[in-house]
Design a protein around this ligand. Structure first.
Ligand SMILES: Cc1cc2nc3c(=O)[nH]c(=O)nc-3n(C[C@H](O)[C@H](O)[C@H](O)COP(=O)(O)OP(=O)(O)OC[C@H]3O[C@@H](n4cnc5c(N)ncnc54)[C@H](O)[C@@H]3O)c2cc1C
Length: 302
């Protein structure tokens, strides 16, 4: 792997200010932890994204995609290789009738607000999920009885080999925090959502109600990646953690939230090592107390 060779290749396709060296990932994750990425780019078109992937593949440098960074925990040592950030630079949203065409970097909130503006219902459930459309598709994000797969029609992806594919929702294998794109290492470029005409006042009221419920239950004032663990079959992670006596358990500045035991939060200047230690302690305590093995939902980049 040659970072220098990759940097040269990237300079042929991207403006210089879009290529960052040793960019601290703590700046780009909602946990606000994570060391530097060797190279960090923010492409703004399919051609640029394809060129970044091709350059990384050809120079043998490992690469990853980052959306809004609301479901990743990046190691203190950072990320070796290239991070392709699909964010504001690649976030246009178009509407045609009841269909929404959202580029990967558009946020769920932006899509929900556009839908509200056009009197389209169906995306209210996702309005408070602080991620991107790309992250929502890959993770099949869900909340309050809604799931991305309920509203998604098609997903446009880029394969590591450079092919652009349009995958129907039926073929995308969207399950609980799982997708075909995750398995295959595809980049999500765009999602096409099919919503229904609705009453603007009712859509706004639903968004407001879900926002209120979130703020009541979740420690939104602290850095986190949302629910740290997947929901184990037949249980709630938060309840198991509370029953294991781990509410408020702290290592350094990482702790199990007092407000919602399912969240590990950054109470100040937590390191990734602090967060990982809390995750590990919680897993051990829950296993000992209830026999359930908790699996992280947060994607760990180390
Ligand atoms: C306060 C809070 C509340 C939350 N509540 C919820 C909730 O109710 N429901 C829920 O499902 N989640 C929730 N989350 C978790 C998170 O917001 C979702 O998982 C979200 O879908 C992640 O999107 P992202 O853009 O932030 O992805 P990132 O964190 O940037 O990335 C997550 C994973 O997706 C991959 N990825 C991201 N974009 C792309 C792309 N375009 N192509 C290919 N791979 C990509 C990354 O490589 C990584 O593996 C919450 C998080 C927080 C902080």
């Amino acid at each position: 792997m040659s970072i220098e060779a990759l940097e040269q290749r990237l300079a042929e396709v991207l403006e210089a200010d879009l290529i960052l060296r040793n960019e601290p990932m703590a700046r780009h994750t909602t946990f606000k932890v994570g060391g530097p990425a060797d190279l960090f780019v923010a492409p703004s078109s399919v051609d640029e994204i394809s060129a970044c992937v091709a350059a990384a593949q050809e120079t043998g440098v490992p690469w990853r995609v980052l959306g809004a960074g609301s479901n990743v925990l990046v190691a203190d040592e950072g990320v070796r290789g290239l991070v392709i950030h699909l964010d504001k630079n690649y976030s246009s949203i178009a509407i045609n009738g009841t269909f929404i065409y959202a580029q990967a970097g558009a946020t769920n909130e932006e899509v929900a607000m556009k839908a509200l503006d056009k009197g389209l219902r169906g995306y209210e459930f996702a309005s408070g999920i602080p991620g991107s459309i790309g992250g929502a598709a890959i993770m099949n994000a869900g909340a309050y009885d809604g799931e991305f797969k309920d509203v998604c029609e098609n997903i446009i992806c880029l394969t590591p080999e450079g092919e652009v594919l349009e995958i129907s929702v039926d073929d995308a294998d969207l399950g609980y925090r799982h997708s075909l794109m995750m398995d295959k290492g595809y980049v999500v470029l765009e999602a096409i959502l099919g919503l229904q005409p609705g009453d603007t006042a009712k859509i706004a009221a639903k968004i407001e109600e879900l926002t209120r419920r979130r703020a009541e239950k979740q420690p939104l004032e602290m850095g986190s990646a949302g629910s740290t663990f997947k929901r184990p079959e037949g249980h709630y992670a938060g309840q198991l953690i509370e029953e294991a006596g781990m509410r408020g358990h702290r290592v350094g500045d990482a702790m199990v939230s007092e407000k919602h035991c399912g969240f590990v939060v950054n109470a100040g200047n937590a390191t990734a090592a602090d967060v990982l230690a809390v995750i590990h302690d919680v897993q051990e305590a829950v296993l000992a107390n209830s026999g359930v093995q908790l699996e992280p939902e947060v994607r760990i980049w180390e």
